[in-house]
Design a protein around this ligand. Structure first.
Ligand code: AKG
Ligand code: FE2
Length: 336
């Protein structure tokens, strides 16, 4: 499970590239997933409590870098980076992390409490709040989104519904992708019944077209550790959980290094430094070269490196255990 070989099979890669998603088990070692699940279950309110009843959207305090070691391990797990690299045809060092957060979702028997309610979501694509532009044409994917499930659908329901793209002529994957609440002049409404009622009023032809999307959706059947790889241009939505249950998911996104128009959804990684536990500094010091690069640290051979910067960065992170050798070696004769 920890070797350097490929993680995804050719058919899994092909499914993601053609249909827009792939559901895969065993990407992250079960032992790591289990540590994360146990810690996350302790962190969030138990289902059925008053605190749980108040959580109806995506509010989550668990964001990278977190005080749960397994959460950070998953975020930069070499097997996850390898898998994402396979999907994008990039090496792990060419990826950049743009999202890592963990959400609890709670099943309720009442209806939506507001338009932002996430129980029964409207079908949508994720790109509008991840990037400043529109995704490039389908065959030029530049990012991978994924959901690592920490619960079992047989216990909690709450499958993610996805619409498989059938090919370049799929009428529901036409160009541009703008037929969803929140895009252009359309109001952002998360709750499915409220969103579709609004569209029926404002844009009846769009509401009718979207009805076909709902008819085509397929429900993910996940267990603890299953990963749904999908894209910023894949039609999907979250569906209702069984009342009285909780579903935990770790949500991650990686982009290609050259696509800086895809935003990092959280505050800058370096803004977490200066904490008294030096969590982020220690993470950077202890990471592999590829893992650091995924966080935006200059890779060996980057223009940033010269004998002075090697010395300075070593002075900053050496006391925390960083081995600067790969960066020094890449200077060649000049810096050694
Ligand atoms: O909860 C899910 O399964 C999907 C969530 C989602 O699509 C979103 O919040 O954008
Ligand atoms: Fe989404």
């Amino acid at each position: 499970m920890t070797g350097d070989g490929p993680v995804l099979t050719a058919s899994q890669i092909d499914r993601w590239r053609q249909r827009g998603f792939a559901l895969v088990d065993g990407v992250v070692p079960a032992e790591t997933v289990e540590r994360l699940r146990t810690a996350a279950e302790k962190r969030f309110p138990s289902p059925g409590t008053t605190a749980a009843a108040g959580i109806v959207d995506f509010g989550s305090a668990l964001v990278f870098p977190a005080d749960i070691p397994a959460f950070n391990e998953v975020t930069l797990h070499p097997r996850l980076l390898t898998a994402v690299g396979q999907l994008l045809g990039q090496s792990p060092g060419e990826l950049r992390l743009t999202q890592s957060d963990l959400w609890p979702k709670y099943g309720r028997s009442d209806g939506a409490r507001a338009g932002g309610d996430n129980q029964d979501q409207r079908i949508h694509v994720d790109y509008p709040n991840h990037m400043l532009v529109h995704p490039p044409p389908w065959d030029r994917p530049v990012a991978v989104e994924l959901i690592l499930y920490l619960s079992d659908h047989e216990d909690c329901g709450g499958s993610t519904a996805v619409v498989a793209r059938t090919g370049p002529d799929d009428p529901d994957y036409g160009w541009p992708i703008v037929g969803s609440p929140g895009i252009g002049e359309l109001d952002w409404i998360n709750d499915r019944p409220s969103a579709e009622a609004y569209l029926l009023d404002e844009r009846p032809e769009l509401a009718q077209w979207r009805a076909a999307l709902y008819r085509r959706e397929q429900l993910t059947r996940f267990t603890v550790g299953t990963v749904l790889f999908y894209r910023h241009d894949t039609w999907h939505r979250g569906t209702r959980l069984r009342p009285g249950t909780r579903r935990l998911t770790h949500n991650l996104t990686y982009r290609r290094a050259d696509c800086d128009w895809i935003d990092t959804l959280h505050r800058a990684w370096s803004w977490s430094m200066y904490r008294s536990d030096k969590l982020m500094e220690r993470l950077v010091a202890g990471a592999t070269v590829d893992q650091r690069t995924v966080l935006g640290f200059p890779r060996p051979g980057s223009d940033y490196w010269c004998s002075e910067t090697v010395e300075a960065v070593e002075a900053r992170y050496g006391p925390l255990g960083m081995d600067i050798t790969p960066y020094r070696m890449a200077l060649g004769g000049a810096g050694t």
